[in-house]
Structures are given as C-alpha cells and as structure tokens.
Design a protein around this ligand. Sequence first.
Ligand SMILES: [Mg+2]
Length: 264
Amino acid sequence: MKELAPPKTLDRFFSDLARARARLLVLDYDGTLAPFAMRREDAQLYPGVAPLLETAISRGTEIAFITGRPARELADRLPFSGIEIFGAHGYEHLETNGTLVQRPLPAPIEAALSDMDQMVATSGYAHARERKHGMLAIHWRHEEAGTRRALEELGARLQGRLPAGMQALSFDGGLEFRAMDHHKGTALAELLARHPNAQVAYLGDDTTDEDAFAALPPEGLGVLVRPELRDTQAHIWLKPPEELREFLLQWATLAPCHGPGRAY
Ligand SMILES: [Mg+2]
C-alpha cells in the first residue's frame, strides 16, 4: 500500500467513513476486483472479495460498478443481484431493477464505429475485436509478438482517421476507440448526484479509470489497484489481491451506518 496524496491518508478516510451517514463504494471489475484471464469470460473475482462486498452491503454501503464491459455481461458475472452497473464506460446504465438504458450515439459516430469494426475484421483480426455500444476495442494482451505488432499498427492506422467526437485510449493489453461524451467520470458524477451525502471511494486499475478518479469530490478516495504503480490521480495504491482484501475487510467491518443504505 502506498499513500500518494498526503495529507489524504487511508486512516483519515476510514475514520470519516465510520462516521458517514451514507457510504458509496464504486468499483471497476477487470484488473481491479478480478485478475485478467486468458479469456475475458473466465475473469473471476479474487477469492474472498464477494463475501466482503456482501458484508459491506448488509451494513448499509451502496455498491455500484463502472466497467468497460457491457453492463448485462458484468451483471451475469457477479455473485449478487440488484447492483447498479454503468457499462461500456458509461454508455450503458443497468438499474438495480434490471432496466438497461443505452445512451444514444450520434449517427456519424455509429457509422465510424461500424467502419472500423469492419476494417479490423477484414484485416483478419475479427477475434481480437470487441464491439460495444459507443466503442470498439482491439485486444492483444495474449497475442504472440508478431500479431501484437500487426494489431498495434492497425490500431495506429485507425487512430489516424478518427472522426471528431471520438478518441483512442490505450489500456493494459489493447487500444479502444470510443465516443467522448460519456466515460467513467460522467458515470461517477451521475452516481454522486444521486448520493450527495455519501462518503465515496472509487477503485480502478487502468487509464480509463482516471476519468473517475478526477470526478471524485474532495473528500472522496481514489484507489489504484494494480500490481505496479503508475502515474495516477488516485490517492492510494493497493497491490492486489492481499492489500485489496485488507481494504475491503476494513470497509466491511465498520459498524453499520445509519443513513439510507440499500439493505441492512
Ligand atoms: Mg479495469
């Protein structure tokens, strides 16, 4: 564990959290709560994480996920139900009652995404692409060096012809192209607007999580969870899985809060 932004310390955050009327824990999934797997469909929560989250929920913490995955895909992976999920980096919102809302995309961006998707497929890399609402990702984490280089070059070519209103963002093991009006930061801001009095922490691992760290209120805590430290706007760095479990254990074992929690 490393505190990156003194005077904001973990001890101070948890003492504020203990007194808070409402607690909000916002989580990324892949690379943060679940280690990367060879196949994305195999990515499972680190052992011990699910019961800690369940305990936190039972003691009044509101939990929400903000992920790059489609929201329903993540919902199917979670061992509990009725959790609010912002998917596709904020382009989808799965409400606790199961209603899925997709943010509309401008037609030129929809067309550009389809063209790029087609180009990746016809270049022979259909298996490496992931098309989601509002974005296209190319994955090369598990490719051998030659394929990886070819995919990086293809990514650079696509990046060179992005239309206005879209951006390219690299992540651990790939590159994604996405529309810019929603991202993890706008998703977090939407959550915070509905929980104005909550003491909040956001846990994330990659560069797409920086938008969320930047959207935290002054009293919020940004937690970077990854094996190696990197430049970040987060306040704390945790090395998973042990330090992650310690953090969640400390959160879960706080006395129940008496604000408007979901269930306790
Ligand atoms: Mg992640």
